[in-house]
Design a protein around this ligand. Sequence first.
Ligand code: ADP
Ligand code: MG
Length: 237
Amino acid sequence: MSITINNVSKKFGEFTALKDINLEIPNGKLVALLGPSGSGKSTLLRAIAGLEPPDQGQIIINGQDATHVDIRKRNIGFVFQHYALFKHLTIRQNIAFGLEIRKHPPGKTKARVQELLELIQLEGLGNRYPSQLSGGQRQRVALARALAVQPQVLLLDEPFGALDAKVRKELRSWLRKLHDEVHLTSVFVTHDQEEAMEVADEIVVMSNGKIEQVGTAEEIYEHPASPFVMSFIGEVN
Ligand code: ADP
Ligand code: MG
């Protein structure tokens, strides 16, 4: 599913969080929204999700105007920084949760959950509880849960932000591998340029509610389009 964002603006009171955003996210690509804290990345992601309708502009998903379509009617998987697994449910039950809500045929749920456990390489841990997993493993479960309902689009908001550097690095390459298997149109928010460069097909650099540059890691690194991009990419996190 491609996503087209046309002239999207969003204010919170007097404060402009998004200023006339135009962006094309091609089908099957993994795109990173990269920028410092407060640049509008989460607001844009939430607009794509339907959690925060824009004041102006349109969000077109697969050729259909989805701007004011209710989030429950959009086929979107969402993963946040702070994993919100249900503590009292096993990993298997956590992954099955969305399927049950959507009345997935019960007979097929078990097989689907097993398939997802294999995908996130936690086959043996399905009967554990979240507290018995590491932070990185829990975040993989959160991903499996988002993927369970076969979304058309996967949105990730700093999914590894709460983890330590080593685990974050592992999950990065793991997410990249997963994406290459599943080919789901995905938008990934991060303030970490190294993360964006390593994971994404394309990077959207944001600052102050505006898009500064869109390009591959190489394009952005070699030809920064503005002084902002140059200084932001030059920073070492
Ligand atoms: P980022 O994800 O890049 O850190 P956000 O999109 O979360 O940035 O926020 C962009 C700006 O909009 C910030 O200055 C933030 O304080 C403001 N903002 C975001 N959500 C709200 C809200 N619900 N009410 C008021 N201001 C908000
Ligand atoms: Mg954010």
